[in-house]
Design a binder for this molecule. Structure first.
Ligand code: ACO
Length: 378
């Protein structure tokens, strides 16, 4: 049956889902029916991951068991560390993460994606091991040793420890954990869809997550957080904001961290991130980029509000991560560490009722052309 062509599949449903919902006009995001504001204020990343995966808030016993499972699977095989050591030091951390996650699948070869036991442990491993991989690449590319997880540290504090080899700051770890909650899930976005297309072939979950990581890396999706900080550095001072934004708009260059396919108001995650940024800055000093970012937001409001283009989740996150001592090219990997829970929730949901993705196209090429031998071509 012929359908209208929708570039970028805008507005075309690709699945039925019970995982999350966005009201793009009202600026409301819910995970399993719970408002994101509520989760960011009261939950933890691991509890939110459980909610996304299993559609219920865990009781104390269930949360302890899930947390213990994740904690005990944070280590990576020495061959994965060796693989990471072989990657070029100037390579992008998202490429290192994608390579290492794809390689993980070779160590855990259970291919039966109908096996719920196997699927649970695959999900646990993917959530548990990504921070270890991200921290390992961040260190070995500078010639430092990768650091093993510490059993006495929670999920996010341990990541900061493995990254910096310093005792993690409790407040910073708490703010980062809330950031992970905000990034954990977001309906049918490009990386989730990409993973589901791979999953629809019944590929294993490591391959599914590796394909999602590839889609997340691009600057129109998760890669925007790194680009925002680069843009703010390029602007340099508040008195240049208006001129640089005007120049970018004249050249039709997108303002990074602005605009969204679904939100027609300010992204609620950006609003929460700004509040978290105040807590972070009160504790460890204000980022000089923050005032610049606020000025960019003001300038864009004047110029882009009529198009309903407002800050998205990527606009303020990088500024906060940088203030936590995280290198800019690692920002998107942190996004992946969080979004893996959403990818996996969608994968588990789809495995219950899978159908191979095989869309159609509108062919606009020629028919019936003749093959011309090489020596007769003009
Ligand atoms: N800067 C300037 N103008 C913009 C921006 C922006 N960031 N975003 C949208 N617009 C304008 C477009 O130029 C277009 O104007 P026009 O109608 O005069 O041609 C109008 O708003 C509609 O934009 P579209 O490109 O049709 O919107 P689409 O839904 O395809 O794009 C996207 C969404 C890709 C996110 C876009 O807003 C963008 O490129 N943003 C910058 C990159 C970014 O921040 N990505 C992260 C998104 S959040 C996430 O993935 C986690």
């Amino acid at each position: 049956m012929p359908h209208d062509f929708m570039p970028g599949l805008a507005g075309v449903p690709a699945a039925r889902s019970k995982i999350s919902d966005v009201d793009g006009q009202a600026g409301i995001l819910e995970y399993r029916g719970i408002r994101i504001e509520d989760l960011a204020a009261n939950s933890t990343f691991l509890e939110t991951s459980y909610l996304l995966l299993f559609n219920r808030l865990p009781n104390g016993t269930a949360l302890d068991a899930f947390t213990a499972d994740v904690m005990s699977h944070r280590r990576i095989k020495f061959r994965i560390t060796d693989l990471i050591k072989c990657l070029p030091e100037h390579g992008h951390p998202m490429d290192a993460l994608q390579a290492a996650v794809a390689a993980l699948g070779m160590f855990y070869p259970g291919r039966n994606v109908r096996d719920t036991h196997n699927n649970y442990w695959s999900a646990v491993r993917l959530i548990a091991k990504q921070p270890t991989i991200v921290a390992a690449f961040a260190r070995v590319r500078h010639g430092d040793d990768a650091i093993a997880p510490r059993d006495d540290l929670g999920f996010t504090a341990n990541f900061l420890y493995m990254l910096s080899d310093r005792e993690p700051d409790t407040l910073v770890a708490g703010v980062l954990d809330a950031c992970l909650i905000l990034h954990a899930e977001h309906t049918m976005n490009a990386s989730t869809f990409c993973g589901l297309v791979t999953a629809s072939t019944l590929a294993d979950p490591y391959t599914v997550v590796a394909s999602s990581i590839g889609a997340l890396k691009g600057p129109l999706h998760g890669g925007a957080n790194e680009e925002v900080v680069a843009m703010l550095r390029e602007i340099g001072s508040t008195d240049r904001v208006q001129a640089v934004i005007d120049e970018k708009l004249r050249a039709k260059t997108p303002i990074m961290g602005f605009g969204h396919r679904v939100y027609k108001v300010k992204d609620p995650r950006a609003v929460i991130l700004q509040r978290l940024a105040q807590t972070l800055f009160a504790h460890c000093g204000k980022s000089p980029l923050y005032a610049l970012a606020e000025e960019v937001e003001r300038a864009c409001l004047e110029r882009l509000a009529e198009k309903k283009v407002y800050p998205n989740v990527d606009f303020y996150s990088g500024i906060m991560y940088e203030q936590m001592g995280i290198p800019p090219d690692t920002f998107t990997s942190i996004f992946a560490m969080a979004r893996v829970s959403g990818w996996l929730a969608h994968w588990l949901e789809q495995m219950k009722e899978n159908k191979l993705y095989r869309p159609d196209q509108i062919y606009e090429g020629d028919h019936g052309r003749r093959y011309i031998p090489l020596d007769q071509r003009a």
